[in-house]
Design a protein around this ligand. Structure first.
Ligand code: 5RP
Length: 232
C-alpha cells in the first residue's frame, strides 16, 4: 500500500516541473505544500532562482529554515505561479480550502498569481464538494450574531448543517494569522458552490470563505496508479 504522505510528495514533485528559473511563487500551507517547499528548497540549493511568498506563518517559518528566498506579497509584486494543497477538489476545480486555517492569505496569494496549481493525493477529488466542513473566516466581534447570519445565508443557497467555531488543541478558539476566528460549516453536500460563495460573502463580519472558485488552473493528483492532471 502506498502511504498518503508518499502520494502528497509525488504530487508536489510533479508540480515542481512547472517551476522555472526566475519565477515568483506563492507557497501554500498544509502537509502537501510542506512537501513542495522541501523539494523546492533542494532545487534552490542546486541553483534554482525563485522568490517566494508564503501563505502562512507556518510556511514562512519552514521556508526561512530551509533557506528558500522569501518576500512579502507587496515586495514580490505579481506572482507567476501559486502552488497549494486543498481539502476537496470538485468539478471545474472548485476547491474547499482552509483546513489549516490559512484560507485568507491563501486566497489573496492565489488571486495575485497568474496561475494556481493544486497538489493533492487523489482522495481529495470529489464529485460534489461539502463532505469536508467549509471553513469561513470571521471577525471575533459578535461571532454568535455572525454565525446566525451565516446559517441563514447557507440556507438561502440550498445547503444546511451545523456551524461550529473552530478550536485549537487546548480548546481555545483557533485564531488565524490575521487574528480572526474560523467557523466550520458541516454541510455534507454543496450542490451550487458559486451560489453558496456569493451568499456567505455577503454576511457582515465574514472576512473570507474557503470556496476557491475559478482560481485553480490545474490540479496535480497523485494516486496509486500515478499522476493525473486535471484542468477546469
Ligand atoms: C490550509 C489549506 C490546505 O491546503 C488544506 O487544508 C490541505 O492540507 P493538506 O495538504 O495537509 O491535506 O487549505 O489552510
Amino acid at each position: 500500500m502506498v502511504h498518503a504522505e508518499d502520494l502528497k510528495r509525488r504530487a508536489a514533485a510533479h508540480a515542481l516541473t512547472y517551476v522555472t528559473d526566475g519565477m515568483r511563487l506563492g507557497l501554500g500551507t498544509g502537509s502537501t505544500a510542506r512537501h513542495f517547499v522541501e523539494l523546492l528548497a533542494e532545487k534552490v540549493h542546486g541553483g534554482l532562482t525563485v522568490l517566494c511568498v508564503p501563505t502562512s506563518e507556518q510556511t514562512l517559518a519552514q521556508a526561512v529554515s530551509l533557506g528558500v528566498p522569501i518576500a512579502t506579497l507587496d515586495e514580490a509584486g505579481p506572482l507567476d505561479l501559486c502552488i497549494d494543497g486543498a481539502d476537496e477538489i470538485g468539478p471545474g476545480l472548485a476547491l474547499i480550502k482552509g483546513g489549516g486555517g490559512a484560507l485568507l492569505r491563501e486566497k489573496i496569494v492565489a488571486s495575485a498569481a497568474r496561475e494556481m496549481i493544486v497538489i493533492a493525493d487523489a482522495s481529495k477529488k470529489v464529485e460534489m464538494l461539502g463532505r469536508f466542513p467549509l471553513p469561513i473566516e470571521v471577525v471575533d466581534f459578535g461571532v454568535n450574531a455572525i454565525t446566525r447570519q451565516v446559517a441563514e445565508a447557507i440556507r438561502s443557497a440550498g445547503c444546511a448543517g451545523d456551524i461550529t467555531v473552530r478550536r485549537d488543541g487546548d480548546g481555545h478558539p483557533f485564531v488565524t494569522d490575521q487574528g480572526h476566528l474560523i467557523l466550520d460549516a458541516h454541510l455534507g453536500r454543496i450542490p451550487d458552490p458559486a451560489a453558496l460563495a456569493a451568499a456567505v460573502a455577503q454576511v457582515a463580519g465574514v472576512v473570507e470563505h474557503g470556496l476557491f472558485i475559478g482560481l485553480a488552473r490545474r490540479a496535480v493528483l497523485a494516486g496509486k496508479d500515478g499522476i493525473t492532471e486535471l484542468e477546469p
